[in-house]
Design a binder for this molecule. Structure first.
Ligand code: IVH
Length: 700
């Protein structure tokens, strides 16, 4: 230990609360130390705190109970050596498809023939391995992996690990092996609980689980999760079916009431060939960002018990299993700044500005933070080294500062004093701060967007009138537009003629298709095209509102990161949608002729629109120039809508996949660049009149 700085050496504890707090900090620090985490205290501060605790205990001997100072190594060193029944081995790694194939080849060499019993594919959970012993249906002991032959007894976690019940329905005896981890949600809760006890934030869920398994005398308990990936018989018992495959072993474990990898959203898959295993690996990799916990790879195993026995074990890992590693999704970088933006509902959303860092194949320089309370709880400082998590397309997020790496000039993240959008007051009554004007703060741009040409298309409702209506308190959300009277519109626009015209426009807007009404809500990630796909897929607002995040995944362009955002934002907009319904606004999408009734989601294809049908089925159509004849006045967006209604796809540039170019003959006789390209590629060019005839049934 280093010398204690003079200032700290005289630390004196003045109350029993300060003493309790010091004990918590000592326990947290020594726990972190032995768990290999970043200790929240450097050695000198730890020593000073410990001396102060000893001094207080000497002065108040009656109040000393359960102090770590009385325990060996402050009670934090790994305690007891529990022998494993059979070694808990690690896994060999594969870093790409070739290495998976090479692993299969080495397995074939050992067996002297190709694998016949198939393979299993399951997630590689990113936590800590434990062996959990059940005797007569009771969970009697939980042991860490340790060095593989001896582990630490961590039975203190019994009762706080979801998926690892204390009692089973049947009096069975066996040892289950699997991973303990914090799900993302449990990790957030753990950070809160820990902060409430004055503990330093965990740098990430993995460190949190290592620390939590070892910290035996924390004054609080943190809930964790367990999924089994194996089991062995105990005490010479015969819980496992003779000759059971890996999948059957896990099925027996699940039937006994313990959660297995087969119960995770990534699942356990049995496949015949290594090529199929690779496809499953890719599929699990694609799910990663949407999983409720971290995975760092996918495990492929020979399924047959006989083949496993034949292949055998090395000293560190079995030859019959391999971990296909996925790229790292967590990095450390420096937090430089925090910027605040006002969301559609008036919430002030902080974004971290970071030193650029490469994570999971993309460069990350911004990441989300939760809210001011969370920033304070995590004690984030500008200049801190922080852990940043990003998987797939998920929005990167800052997890925690890395204790011990804070530069001297770091300053606590400044919190805004006024709304960064309108400079007005902030409502701080909840953890998520809002502009006191609520949705009104960002209302003008949203209403303008909603009234725009390709959305509700309310001709004449420009920026000035929108502002006048908002300032008059007549419009507090998009739905209020439909409650305006002609008189109110007259006042806002300054003339009876304009008021009457606007009222007429609102009447027309009331019957716009669902896709446009949905778009007008301004939900993140649902612009015009996405709104059309959603409306085509679900048919009614009711069906979209009833859809789960999983249901939304069936719509092209909606992935696991966007789906929950759409569900959450639509739910938050329930009062606005209800108001729109009450105002008689259309909530259905017109059906395409000859198709099953809208809302029959099963009839829709994977692309999220109804199955390709109509005269443009399978065709890509590009539109250019001014439309004429029956299509006179049709803008780009209306034309795209028409193409999609008639079963086609709207393209933007002419290429080899273009089926038709719709273009009026040039009045100057000089063909457009698109027409030239079409000619060159042999793409058929249709006049607007010919195209209108082709899609006549679909014209509004
Ligand atoms: S099988 C004898 N399956 O990864 C085979 N391990 O890097 C032993 N792990 O020590 C392991 N998910 O802690 C297996 N589905 C899974 C796993 C898994 C996570 C961990 C386990 C192991 C480590 C090896």
């Amino acid at each position: 230990m280093t010398a204690i700085p003079a200032a700290e050496a005289h630390l004196v504890l003045s109350s029993s609360a300060a003493y309790e707090d010091a004990l918590d900090r000592l326990r947290a620090a020594s726990g972190a130390y032995y768990a290999g985490e970043n200790s929240p205290l450097d050695d000198a501060s730890y020593d000073a705190l410990r001396l102060a605790v000893l001094a207080w205990e000497a002065a108040h001997p009656d109040e000393v109970s359960g102090s770590p100072t009385g325990l060996v190594a402050d009670g934090a060193a790994p305690e007891g050596d529990v022998a494993h029944t059979t070694p808990l081995l690690s896994l060999d790694n594969a870093f790409g498809p070739e290495q998976l194939v090479a692993w299969d080849a080495s397995l074939q060499r050992r067996l002297g023939r190709p694998v016949e019993g198939g393979f299993t594919v399951e997630p590689k959970l990113d936590g800590a391995a434990v062996a959990a012993r059940y005797r007569d249906g009771r969970l009697v002991r939980v042991v860490t992996r340790g060095d593989g032959t001896h582990g630490e007894d961590v039975s203190h976690v019994v009762g706080s690990v979801v998926g690892l019940p204390e009692r089973l329905a049947e009096p069975v005896t066996f040892e289950v092996r699997g991973e303990v981890l914090f799900t993302h949600e449990q990790f957030e809760t753990a950070q809160r609980v820990r902060a409430a006890h004055g503990g330093a934030p965990f740098a990430n869920p993995r460190n949190a689980v290592a620390g939590t398994l070892r910290a035996k005398d924390r004054p609080y308990r943190l809930e964790m999760a367990f999924w089994a990936y194996g089991a062995v018989d105990l005490d010479g018992g015969s819980f496992l079916p003779v000759g059971a495959t890996h999948a059957e072993v896990l099925a027996a474990v699940a039937a006994a009431g313990v959660r297995t990898t087969a119960d995770t959203p990534a699942g356990l898959h049995v496949v015949a060939t290594v090529a199929e295993a690779q496809a499953r690996v890719d599929a699990i990799g694609a799910l990663r960002a949407g999983l409720p916990f971290g995975i760092d790879g996918v495990v492929v195993k020979a399924n047959s018990a006989a083949e496993q026995a034949e292949a055998g074990l090395g000293s560190r890992f079995p030859y019959w299993a391999v971990a296909y590693k996925l790229s790292a999704v967590e990095r450390q970088t420096v937090l430089r700044d925090v910027v605040w933006e006002v969301g559609r509902t008036g919430v002030l959303a902080p974004t971290a500005v970071l030193d650029a860092v490469e994570i999971d194949g993309s460069t990350v320089s911004r990441a989300t933070l939760h809210n001011p309370a969370d920033i304070t709880r995590r004690d984030l400082h500008l200049g801190d080294t922080v852990t940043v998590y990003k998987a797939g397309d998920i929005i990167p997020r800052v997890q925690a500062p890395v204790a011990g790496l804070r530069p001297e000039d770091a300053v606590p993240v400044p919190l805004p004093a006024a709304c960064p959008n309108c400079d007005g007051d902030i409502d701080k009554s909840q953890e998520r701060w809002r502009c006191a004007k609520g949705a009104g703060c960002a209302l003008a741009p949203l209403v303008e967007y909603a009234a725009g040409r390709d959305v509700l298309d309310i001709d004449g409702l420009g920026r000035t009138y929108v502002k006048a209506l908002i300032d008059a308190g007549l419009v507090t959300d998009v739905a209020d537009l439909f409650t305006l009277t002609e008189e109110q519109l007259t006042v806002a626009s300054g003339s009876a003629r304009r008021g009457a015209k606007l009222a007429e426009q609102f009447e027309l807007a009331r019957s716009r298709p669902l896709s446009r009404v949905f778009c007008a809500l301004g939900i993140r990630g649902t612009g015009r095209r996405m709104s059309r796909r959603l409306a085509a897929h679900f048919g009614t607002m009711e069906a979209i509102r009833a859809a789960s995040a999983e249901d939304l995944l069936a719509v092209e362009g909606i992935g696991p990161e966007k789906a929950p955002v759409v569900v959450a934002e639509l739910a938050a907009l329930a009062p606005v949608v209800d108001k729109l319904i009450a105002a008689g606004v259309n909530m259905t999408e017109p059906q395409r002729p000859g198709l099953p009734a809208v809302g029959e989601a099963d009839a829709a294809d994977a692309d999220g629109s109804a199955p390709a049908a109509g005269p443009l089925a399978g065709k890509t159509v590009v539109v250019t120039g001014k439309m004429t004849g029956r299509l006179d006045g049709f803008g780009r967006s209306q034309m795209n809508e028409l193409v999609e209604r008639a079963g086609g796809r709207a393209g933007s540039g002419v290429n080899g996949r273009t089926s038709y170019l719709v273009a009026a003959p040039s009045p100057t006789g000089k063909p457009s660049s698109k027409a030239v390209a079409a000619e060159k590629l042999g793409v058929e060019v249709l006049t607007p009149e010919a195209f209108a005839e082709l899609v006549a049934d679909y014209l509004p």
